[in-house]
Design a protein around this ligand. Structure first.
Ligand code: NAP
Length: 358
């Protein structure tokens, strides 16, 4: 790719917005050209508006950029969005209507029938749904979403098993990091020395999104996977990395070796040259006490999910543990991989060409 695509970040000052900056500053295809956040931040230099929370330095070029108002006027035509759902519900369609490709992290439109909810390794074909969006015909713009941070690890682990053996029932219990609640998130007095067995609407999102992601695109909509699912979500005192205990009932019998092989051989993006795609998207941790957030969340630059502890389940067929980095694989990295897929399919060209003609 000779010239880079100019991109903008909506919600650039938040937890996920910061991850976008961290990953995109060294990205070979995309260049950060615009940063926007709320009225509290707009007009200020980014370095002053954002409380930088990551363990790599805030790039100097970014620190000096002025935060723009969250308005499509003057924004680039490729937008990574990291807004709260209530704000995304209003703003994302405005950017799509203005001809932008909106690659969103928010839950606002994930379950809309004409909005693709995509993990490139799992259901790249669902991207076809962007052609069902009225804005696509009117301005070239559209919305694409990635799943909730806890859904993504689960679905990555389930897909290779579902493909080979079918899945009839899924029971998952999460232990989710505090960064998943944004910044400042859960008060320290509420989470230190504690587990909070409630994350608003998270269980419903996990259940619905998992079945849409594993579903089939049929005509103009996705038919969800016909499996039963139950999720229980907990907030724990971990900074980054969601851990999940999973039990599954299969349609066909599978041995332990067959499941391990399905995970090891799952490399659907191999050879496609997407810069953020990990070589090995599902990594197996053979040790009895892994995966652990502190030790395993950064595998594959935070884009690989780690599975471990595969063993027979006394209620369903098999149980295991899965871990994924919630602000990388579960948020910014997921959206960037979606945008790379869109670029490789030529779906970013029309929006950029329209911008160049305007
Ligand atoms: N954290 C995760 O692990 C994770 C994972 C997956 C998905 N998500 C989703 O990603 C989204 C962002 O999450 P986050 O954790 O980054 O949240 P956050 O830290 O609270 O950041 C929210 C961002 O939205 C901006 N904002 C707030 N009100 C706005 C308005 N009226 N207009 C424009 N911008 C506004 C904020 O700007 P100011 O700084 O100016 O207030 C900030 O940049 C949420 O929908 C979340 O559910 C998060």
């Amino acid at each position: 790719m000779k010239t880079k695509y100019p991109i903008g970040i909506l919600g650039a000052t938040g937890m996920v917005g910061q991850r976008f900056i961290q990953i995109l500053e060294r990205h070979p295809w995309f260049e950060i050209a615009w940063l926007a956040a709320s009225d509290r931040s707009s007009g200020k230099p980014y370095g002053e508006a954002a409380k930088w929370r990551l363990d790599t330095p805030l790039p100097e070029r970014i620190a000096k950029m002025t935060v723009a108002p969250a308005d499509p006027e003057g924004a680039p035509k490729i937008i990574f969005a990291a807004l709260d759902a209530a704000i995304a519900r209003e703003l994302e369609p405005r950017f799509a209507a203005a001809g932008c490709a909106v690659v969103s992290n928010s839950s606002a439109y994930r379950m809309a029938p004409n909005v693709p909810l995509v993990i490139p390794e799992i259901n790249a074909d669902h991207l076809h749904l962007i052609e069902e969006q009225p804005s696509r015909r009117q301005s070239g713009g559209y919305m694409v979403t990635n799943p909730n941070c806890s859904t993504i690890g689960l679905v990555m682990a389930l897909k290779p098993i579902e493909e080979r053996f079918g899945i009839e029932q899924i029971f998952v219990t999460t232990m989710q990091a505090v960064s998943g609640a944004g910044y400042p998130g859960v008060a320290s007095m509420d989470i230190l020395d504690n587990v909070v067995p409630y994350i608003g609407n998270e269980e419903e999102k996990m259940e619905a999104e998992t079945l849409k992601l594993l579903g089939k695109l049929e005509g103009h909509a996705v038919t969800p996977l016909a499996a039963r699912i139950s999720a229980q979500c907990n907030r724990v005192a971990v900074e980054d990395g969601h851990t999940e205990s999973v039990s599954i009932k299969l349609a066909k019998t599978a041995t332990r070796e067959e499941i391990l092989a399905a995970w090891a051989e799952f490399r659907p993006l191999a050879g496609q040259g997407l810069p953020t795609a990990p070589d090995q998207p599902i990594e197996w941790a053979p040790q009895d006490d892994r995966p652990q957030p502190r030790l395993d969340r950064n595998r594959g630059n935070g884009m690989a999910v780690t599975v471990g502890r595969l063993r027979p389940c006394g209620l369903l067929d098999w149980k295991f543990t899965v871990l994924s980095h919630n602000t990388i694989r579960g948020a910014a990295g997921a959206a960037i991989l979606n945008a790379e897929l869109l670029a490789s399919l030529g779906k970013l060209e029309p929006v950029v060409e329209v911008a160049a003609r305007a």
